[in-house]
Design a binder for this molecule. Structure first.
Ligand code: SF4
Length: 424
C-alpha cells in the first residue's frame, strides 16, 4: 500500500501502532481504554496527585490574585483568599508563617479531595471517563461489570467473538485502509482520534456517502461525565437522510436477540447519536476535553503523527493547535444531525445480513438511563445486579457462584415464600 496515495485520497483510518495488534477500530478503542485503565492504579493516582498538586503549588507561588484552580481547587483558593485578606495588616514575618501554614493546610485539603475523588468508581476503575460499552455492560448487569473491575479475570475471546471481529474488520476495509501510526504519548493517541474524526466529517461533508469506525467522544447532555466510543457506520440513505448504523453479528442462527439485548443495542446507538449531534453542533470545548482527559495542550506531537499530518496538509506541531483546528471544523461543519438509527444483524455462518431493526431516538429515556448509571459511577449508590425477572442472565455469568447480589435476592425470595406459607 502506498501510504501517501491513500492519505491523499482520504479513505484511511489511522490507528496507534503500539496498539494495532487488535485490528478493528472497536477493539482498538477497547484496547485504548483498557490500556489506560490497566496502568497501575497507584501510578495513575500518584500522577494525578502530582499534576493537580502542581497546579495548586504553581498557583500559590504565583500569588493570590493569579490563582487559577480547577473546580477541585475552588474551595482551597477561596479559603486562601479570605485568610490572606484577614492577615493583611499583621507584621510581615508573622504573616509569612501564617501563609506557610495556610499553604500546607490548603495543600492537605487538596490532597484529601483528590484522594476522595479517586475512590469513586468513575476514577478508580475508569480514570474519569467511560466508554459507551461501559454503559451498555452496566445496563446488562451492573454487578457483573463491577466484578470484572474488582476480581481477577482472564479475558477470553471465543470463536464467535473472533468471527464477529473479523466481520467488522472486513466491512471496515470495504471503505478505507488502515494505517498504523507510531504513538509516543497520550496526546499522540488523542491526535489520531481527532484526525480520524476530522477525516470522517470532511468525507461526509464533501465526497463520501458512507464512513465506518468513526471515533466519537463528548460529555452527553453536559452531565459532567466524559465518554468515548466508536460509531460503526454513518451513511446517507436514498432519501438523503443521515443514518447511524450499528453492526451486530449472530453466531448460532438467523434469529434476532431477545428484548434485553435489543434494549442494550438501542441504548448504544442513541448514545452515539447524542454525542455525534453535540459534536457537529459545536458543543465540545477545548476546556471540556483538556479538563476531562487531562492532556497537555502544549505537548509537541510525535514525529510519526506529525509526518502523517503533514502529508494531509495539516501543519501543526502541538496537540493544542490540532485540537483547536478540530473544534473549529466541528463547529462550522455543515453536517446535519443523525436522522435515523438502525441495527443491522448478520449471521456469522454465511456472513450475510438477515435483518435490520429501527430504533426510535428517545432523549428523555436516554437521559434518565444515564442519570441512573452515573449515580453508580459517582459513588452515590451501590452496584445493582439483575432483577428477578432477568435472573436468566445469571446462567451465563462467570460470577454466578460468588455473586452477593444473587445470594441476597435468593434470600429475599426464600423469606417471602416462608411468609406466604405461614399465612396459609
Ligand atoms: S450472577 Fe447475575 S446478578 Fe450476579 S453478577 Fe452475574 S448476572 Fe449479575
Amino acid at each position: 500500500m502506498e501510504l501517501g496515495q491513500n492519505l491523499t485520497s482520504g479513505n484511511v483510518l489511522l490507528t496507534c501502532e503500539k496498539r494495532s495488534t487488535r485490528l478493528s477500530a472497536v477493539k482498538i478503542d477497547h484496547a485504548l481504554c483498557s490500556n489506560e485503565a490497566n496502568s497501575s492504579e497507584h501510578t495513575s493516582y500518584s500522577k494525578n496527585i502530582a499534576s493537580d498538586f502542581q497546579c495548586s503549588s504553581d498557583s500559590l507561588n504565583s500569588g493570590v490574585s493569579a490563582i487559577v484552580c480547577s473546580s477541585e481547587g475552588g474551595i482551597c483558593s477561596d479559603v486562601l483568599r479570605q485568610n490572606m485578606a484577614k492577615s493583611s495588616d499583621e507584621p510581615a514575618v508573622k504573616r509569612k508563617k501564617v501563609d506557610n501554614k495556610m499553604e500546607n493546610q490548603a495543600d492537605l485539603e487538596k490532597v484529601a479531595e483528590i484522594q476522595k475523588k479517586w475512590e469513586l468508581p468513575l476514577w478508580k476503575f475508569r480514570r474519569g471517563r467511560l466508554c459507551v460499552t461501559d454503559i451498555t455492560s452496566q445496563s446488562w448487569c451492573e454487578q457483573q461489570l463491577l466484578y470484572t473491575y474488582t476480581l481477577p479475570t482472564i479475558p477470553v475471546e471465543n470463536k464467535a467473538m473472533v468471527k464477529g471481529s473479523s466481520l467488522h474488520l472486513a466491512r471496515e476495509l470495504e471503505v478505507h485502509d488502515i494505517v498504523p501510526v507510531k504513538v509516543t504519548s497520550r496526546e499522540d493517541s488523542w491526535a489520531i482520534k481527532l484526525l480520524n474524526i476530522m477525516d470522517a466529517i470532511n468525507g461526509l461533508s464533501f465526497d463520501r456517502l458512507c464512513i465506518r469506525e468513526m471515533p466519537i467522544f463528548g460529555d452527553p447532555f453536559e452531565m459532567g461525565v466524559f465518554m468515548v466510543g466508536i460509531i460503526d457506520e454513518l451513511k446517507y440513505n436514498e432519501s438523503g437522510e443521515l443514518q447511524l448504523l450499528e453492526f451486530k453479528s449472530r453466531s448460532s442462527s438467523k434469529t434476532l436477540p431477545g428484548k434485553a439485548q435489543k434494549l442494550n443495542h438501542a441504548l448504544q446507538v442513541m448514545l452515539y447519536k447524542q454525542m455525534f449531534d453535540e459534536l457537529v453542533s459545536g458543543k465540545l470545548s477545548r476546556e471540556m476535553i483538556l479538563g476531562h482527559v487531562n492532556l497537555d495542550e502544549g505537548k509537541v506531537l510525535g514525529s510519526a503523527v506529525l509526518d502523517h499530518m503533514q502529508k494531509t496538509g495539516i501543519h501543526f506541531d502541538k496537540f493544542g493547535e490540532l485540537l483547536d483546528a478540530a473544534l473549529l471544523q466541528f463547529q462550522f461543519s455543515s453536517l446535519p444531525h443523525v436522522d435515523s438509527l438502525e441495527i443491522e444483524y448478520c449471521f456469522q455462518g454465511d456472513c450475510l445480513s438477515f435483518a435490520t431493526d429501527k430504533v426510535q431516538f428517545d432523549s428523555d429515556w436516554l437521559r434518565k438511563k444515564l442519570d441512573h448509571s452515573f449515580l453508580f459511577w459517582r459513588g452515590v449508590r451501590e452496584a445493582e445486579g439483575v432483577d428477578i425477572e432477568d435472573a436468566w442472565k445469571c446462567q451465563n455469568c462467570d460470577f454466578v457462584d460468588i455473586c452477593e447480589w444473587r445470594k441476597k435476592k435468593q434470600q429475599e425470595c426464600m423469606e417471602k415464600n416462608q411468609i406466604s406459607i405461614n399465612k396459609l
